[in-house]
Design a protein around this ligand. Structure first.
Ligand SMILES: [Mg+2]
Length: 277
């Protein structure tokens, strides 16, 4: 798959265990490739389960000025003026678009479900910041950022594991779904996912310049990246630190040998080579 000179290339990337090292969150090994994408004028669009404040913080450290999708695609954040061709300073104000339900509506459903079915779980909204750091082991700074939610609730499941299917069914009746993340479960609108965020962001790039068709690369490692990987032209699957690789069989997919940010850099390098860059 090579890149046609008229085409505009976009890179979509997951964060945890892909661009960020699973345990430490470091992206040191990916830095040269992040710089290379920027030098080539290729937007790196982050697409993660993390909240907007967490992602704004990471984005600043990565010197990234591009749109991004937070909370599994539930909220898309675009720097003001970005698609109008303005020069975007680092840390510029972002505008939020919701692709599913607002946080408040999700909380409302969860409170009702807890009442009706006696489920036992602890949502981030139920916990104070000190509770959250104690329950989850998150640092104070991350706990503050993780509590600032827009489009999904994160929760710790305290009930019997057998009841999860029942919980999922009651969520589905209300247009909600349960996603298993690295450390928590997330409740999010059925209408929002990482693939939908790709479609939405692509639409804006395309509207900005109709003369240049888009070519998209997507990088992820886990089951919650499947809709992202399915939505792009060139999927890249990063190897897990241990255990078996994500089952994904779209022809032409690039699989990395290395994991985490080393695997991410390897995947980006292979994708660029395949595109003739
Ligand atoms: Mg991941």
């Amino acid at each position: 798959m090579s890149l046609n000179p008229t085409e505009r290339l976009l890179f979509y990337s997951d964060l945890d265990a892909t661009l960020l090292e699973a345990r430490t969150g470091s992206f040191e090994a990916a830095k040269p490739m992040i710089k290379k994408l920027e030098a080539l004028g290729i937007p790196l669009i982050l697409n993660s389960s993390r909240t907007a404040p967490e992602m704004l913080h990471l984005r600043r450290e990565m010197n990234n000025r591009h749109p991004f999708a937070a909370e599994h695609g539930g909220a898309v954040c675009t720097p003001v003026g970005y698609f109008e061709g303005q020069k975007i300073p680092l840390d510029h104000e972002v505008k939020m678009d919701y692709l599913g339900l607002h946080y408040k509506s999700i909380l409302h459903h969860l409170i009702e479900l807890k009442d009706l079915h006696d489920f036992s779980f602890l949502g981030f909204d139920d916990m104070s910041i000190p509770d959250l750091t104690r329950e989850t082991g998150l640092s104070l700074e991350v706990a503050i950022q993780a509590k600032h939610r827009l489009a999904s609730e994160a929760l710790v499941w305290l009930d019997r594991a057998e009841l999860l299917d029942h919980f999922k069914a009651t969520l589905a009746e209300r247009g909600l779904r349960l996603v298993k993340g690295g450390r928590f479960y997330f409740v999010i609108s059925e209408r929002a996912d990482k693939g939908g965020a790709v479609t939405w962001i692509n639409f804006n790039y395309q509207a900005q310049d109709k003369s240049r068709p888009l070519k998209t690369v997507g990088i992820g490692d886990g089951p919650n990246d499947l809709d992202l990987l399915n939505q792009v032209d060139l999927p890249v699957v990063v190897a897990p630190p241990r255990g078996s690789r994500l089952a994904f069989d779209k022809p032409g997919t690039i699989f990395t040998e290395k994991s985490g940010p080393e695997g991410w850099a390897e995947g980006v390098e292979k994708a660029l080579a395949q595109l003739g860059l």
